[in-house]
Design a protein around this ligand. Structure first.
Ligand SMILES: *Cc1c(COP(=O)(O)O)cnc(C)c1O
Length: 424
């Protein structure tokens, strides 16, 4: 047996995954982007500018908050810390990546930003940094998502972006991504394409993880401060995989159990590319994705628009194969129940995407055998006190309130235990 190559062996490859499956016209600009990014990541001036924006514009570091009442609803045998990415400017972790990339766009002398968006969060974050940097901005968004995420469409337009409805395919994120790539191929000279997750051709998956690693670096320092030790478990939801990659970056070299949670959807479908997909090429890279026997991409479904993507980042594909990260899925109903729980138990309205991670946390802590295994596995031994869990609260749920969550979030928690009352 040969061991698969590690990340370091081939740039842009994670084992067999990743790569650059793009039209020839885009290759020079991927090379330029990679060079500018590699120079920037060790340039003190760049890092200082980014750090200042993190602190004064976005509000970093985001807090690490111990959710005591949610913890009790999970059985009371663990301490659960929420990494509050929902408190970022624009309400999600997406801004971390956009702030980094807009600084690169300025270094490359680009006058215009292009983005695709599903939940609207990445579109809002891109429109925001475009305004900040004085660049023009075009955001592609599936028409179905525009209806589901109307407040974010209004936000992007207020911020000066042009929002282009995408009417092809299932009219969601995959179709918007294809349109954005088409625009980029045409306008590559003056436009930078800000991909919103750890997907697409190299250098995006690595570069976006780099910009999101601030989540895990902060969380590691904060949990050490508050608990005096590393957590036993870190959990994040996985759409394309950027908030998870950012959180995991802080813990991947530590003896911390890592869980990535995909959208199990409903009878309408799912978007669990890692759990239920097979490897193939989508949007410029080789990775797990949802496809039929003929290699046709199968439309994804999730109640959370930000998870509604048939692919997933190449690094996650590799981490699945190596077993370093455990990937599981949570369905729409479980996510809605967790959404309602956090609202009423903690006074925090989470994004539906993040609610998948919360639901998995609750499920894991309710599983006696799994918890015993986690306790036995830790360096400090099985008797070293309660399990310590970090959950990435990737975003806030204001954007979701007018839809299914607002209507059904409360009802979905009935019979789910806990001491909460009615949601009104
Ligand atoms: C976009 C989004 C996600 C999913 O994207 P990843 O790249 O997998 O992180 C998760 N949570 C929120 C709040 C989002 O906006």
């Amino acid at each position: 047996m040969t061991t698969p190559p590690t990340h370091a062996d081939v740039p842009g490859r994670f084992g067999p995954y990743g790569g650059q499956y793009v039209p020839e016209t885009l290759m020079p600009c991927l090379r330029e982007l990679e060079a500018v990014w590699l120079a920037a990541r060790t340039d003190p001036a760049f890092l200082a500018e980014l750090a200042e924006l993190h602190a004064d514009y976005s509000g970093r570091p985001t807090p690490l908050y111990r959710a005591r009442r949610f913890e009790a609803a999970c059985g009371g045998k663990a301490r659960v810390w929420l990494k509050r990415e929902d408190l970022n400017h624009t309400g999600a972790h997406k801004i971390n990546n956009c702030l980094g990339q807009v600084l690169l766009a300025k270094r490359m002398g680009k006058a215009r930003l292009i983005a695709e968006t599903g939940a609207g969060q990445h579109g809002v974050a891109t429109a925001t940094v475009a305004a900040l940097a004085g660049l023009r901005c075009t955001v592609y968004m599936g028409q179905v998502d525009m209806q589901r995420q109307e407040p974010n469409v209004q936000r992007m337009r207020l911020l000066g972006a042009e929002v282009v409805p995408v009417l092809s395919g299932a009219r969601t994120l995959k179709d918007a991504t294809s349109e954005a790539i088409r625009d980029w191929v045409t306008n590559v000279a003056d436009s930078h394409y800000i991909i919103g997750s750890t997907v697409g051709p190299h250098p995006y998956p690595t570069m976006v993880r780099d910009f999101q690693s601030v989540i895990g670096i902060e969380a590691r320092r904060q949990v050490l401060e508050k608990e005096g030790r590393l957590p036993d478990v870190a959990i994040a939801c996985v759409g394309g995989g950027s908030n998870a990659a950012g959180l995991f970056a802080g813990f991947v070299d530590d003896p911390v159990a890592l869980y990535g949670v995909e959208a199990g959807g409903s009878s309408l479908g799912h978007s669990a590319a890692l759990a239920l997909g097979t490897p193939g090429v989508l949007h410029g890279s080789y990775s797990y994705l949802l496809q039929d026997d003929d290699g046709q991409v199968v439309p994804a479904h999730s109640i959370a628009a930000g998870l509604d993507y048939p692919g997933v980042g190449p690094e996650h594909s590799f981490l699945k194969d190596t077993g370093r990260v455990t990937y599981d899925k949570v369905d729409d109903a479980e996510a809605l129940a967790a959404f309602g729980d956090l609202c009423r138990l903690e006074g925090i309205i989470p994004a539906l995407e993040s609610s998948h991670a919360l639901a998995f946390c609750r499920r894991l802590l309710g599983d006696e055998a799994a918890c015993a295994q986690l306790r036995a596995a830790r360096a400090a031994g099985p008797d070293a006190g309660p399990l310590v869990v970090v959950v990435n609260l990737s975003g806030r749920g204001d954007k979701d309130m007018h839809g299914d969550a607002g209507a059904h979030g409360a009802a979905a928690t009935d019979g789910n235990g806990g001491d909460h009352g009615q949601a009104r």
